[in-house]
Design a protein around this ligand. Structure first.
Ligand SMILES: Nc1ncnc2c1ncn2[C@@H]1O[C@H](COP(=O)(O)OP(=O)(O)OP(=O)(O)O)[C@@H](O)[C@H]1O
Length: 229
């Protein structure tokens, strides 16, 4: 991101001159007080929101995209390079675990024969092969989040963006989700995770980018959470 600003239509200035470079294969936490701009930062990365000013570049699979400039019709193509995980999982309630993950491959028109082996592979990676036929409401919160992670990685994205992925989970389950994200990162996927989870940030030391009032106030390799909440 180069000099990235975001002003929402109601005039709220959520980001002010963000300059940051995240390298391929990194694991990065984005921390900061409520309302400081973390979600906005994340949303700009996957073009849920558009920057008001500045440049956001994403390089994935040898192609570089100007995220802030691409046309609407190119957005689905770029989003394939990006897996997104949310605090509230966002699973489709009437579809099974298998179907939730397969759906992400169907929408990008993956050949039918390739779907089943890949879905089973990612369900194995998140340790949920045995729950393939379950519906989301038959799973624990941690299991639901692991399905969401499976769905986010099934199309082999270059980057996983997670907005408070442990926000609805107890401490032990949160650590388990963190381990799953670390596994994915070890396999080469870049991970950017906005979080309020002090315990995780201070235990599993990684790069920490701290945002306050829309500006990066700290960017440390092996950083600390740095807040009391
Ligand atoms: N759609 C929107 N329209 C107007 N203002 C918004 C919108 N979304 C966020 N904001 C404002 O932008 C600022 C940054 O919000 P953002 O959601 O990025 O913060 P955050 O750091 O993710 O907060 P939290 O930790 O509470 O999730 C806040 O002042 C917020 O009220």
């Amino acid at each position: 991101m180069q000099d990235v600003w975001k002003t929402y239509p109601n005039g709220t200035v959520a980001l002010q001159g963000i300059e940051v470079c995240i390298k391929s294969g990194e694991f990065v936490y984005v921390v900061g007080p409520s309302g400081s701009g973390k979600s906005t930062f994340i949303k700009l990365m996957y073009r849920e929101e558009t920057a008001s000013k500045g440049q956001i570049m994403l390089t994935a699979d040898g192609e570089t995209f100007a995220i802030s400039r691409i046309k609407e019709k190119q957005i689905p193509y770029v989003r394939r390079k990006i897996g997104v995980v949310f605090q509230d999982f966002k699973l489709l309630p009437r579809l099974t675990v298998y179907e939730n993950v397969a759906f992400a491959m169907e929408v990008i028109e993956t050949p039918v024969k390739d779907i089943k082996p890949r879905v089973m592979e990612v369900l194995e990676l998140v340790r949920l092969k045995h729950k393939a036929r379950s519906l989301p409401d038959q799973l624990s919160g941690g299991e639901q989040q692991r399905v969401a992670i499976a769905r986010a990685i099934v199309n082999n994205p270059s980057i996983i963006i997670a907005d408070e992925p442990t926000g609805n989970l107890d401490p032990e389950t949160s650590m388990d989700i963190m381990q799953t994200l670390l596994d994915i990162n070890r396999r080469g996927t870049t991970v950017v995770m906005a979080t309020h989870n002090k315990e995780i940030v201070n235990t599993v030391r990684k790069r920490v980018i701290a945002i306050e009032a829309g500006r990066i106030i700290r960017d440390e390799q092996r950083g600390e959470y740095g807040y009391e909440d």
